[in-house]
Design a protein around this ligand. Structure first.
Ligand code: GRF
Length: 215
């Protein structure tokens, strides 16, 4: 078997996506190793999940730094020391500075609760409801300098049903998310998916459209 994929997972909150990655690794479905779990919030429940599984954690609380630049530089130094194959943003509620995005070009992934390019930014579930959408979804994409804007690797959609609340949509999305991140990481670890020069190649062919996830 090839070397495990080396991951740094960045979180801010619950960490259920982190848990899905941990579970995939521990059950042998994903050949990867989480080198560190980093949180900008020391109260993030995901930190408990990480320590329960013996993972190395690090808290970098952005409120303790006067300026964004200082926070970004420390985070970048730390990530460079770990030198992960991929930085996995899993509910990390900070925008990564341009230095980090440059230093780890083609190596940063994010999961976003919408069918990108629709509904970039926050509160996507409520905004979709307010607009009377019939469906919503989840996207895993490569991170570039612009927010929620890099090429989309994998996308899943689900129907919005009458009476659904924002929390209902979030739950529907989470059920998909927990299968999707392990799937994308498995493709990367197996080299079915290769990212080069900001482009995605799936089974050696240029990926021009996101792959549609079938649960
Ligand atoms: C997920 O819904 C993800 O799409 C968004 O943040 C949320 C994180 O959830 N980026 P969790 O912390 O993994 O439970």
């Amino acid at each position: 078997m090839s070397q495990p994929l080396r991951l740094a997972v960045l979180i801010s909150g619950n960490g259920s996506n982190l848990q899905s990655i941990i579970d995939a690794i521990e059950s042998g479905r994903l050949n990867a190793e989480i080198k560190a779990v980093i949180s900008n919030n020391r109260k993030a429940h995901g930190l408990l999940r990480a320590t329960r599984h013996g993972l190395h954690t690090w808290v970098l609380d952005h409120r303790e730094y006067q300026d964004r630049d200082h926070f970004d530089k420390l985070l970048q130094h730390y990530l460079e020391a770990i030198d992960p194959d991929f930085i996995v943003l899993a509910g990390f509620m900070r925008i990564l500075g341009p230095g980090i995005v440059d230093a780890f070009e083609n190596r940063i992934l994010n999961i976003h609760p919408s069918l990108l390019p629709a509904y970039k930014g926050l509160n996507t579930h409520q905004r979709a409801l307010d607009n009377g959408e019939q469906k919503h979804g989840v996207s895993i994409h490569l991170v570039t300098a612009k927010l929620d804007d890099g090429p989309v690797i994998l996308q899943a959609s689900y129907p919005i049903e009458a009476g659904d609340s924002a929390e209902d949509l979030q739950q529907k999305g989470h059920r998909l998310e927990h299968q999707m991140y392990p799937q994308v990481l498995r493709w990367l670890s197996d080299r079915n998916l290769v990212i080069e020069g900001g482009k995605l190649f799936y089974e050696q062919a240029l990926l021009e459209e996101p792959i549609q996830f079938n649960a």
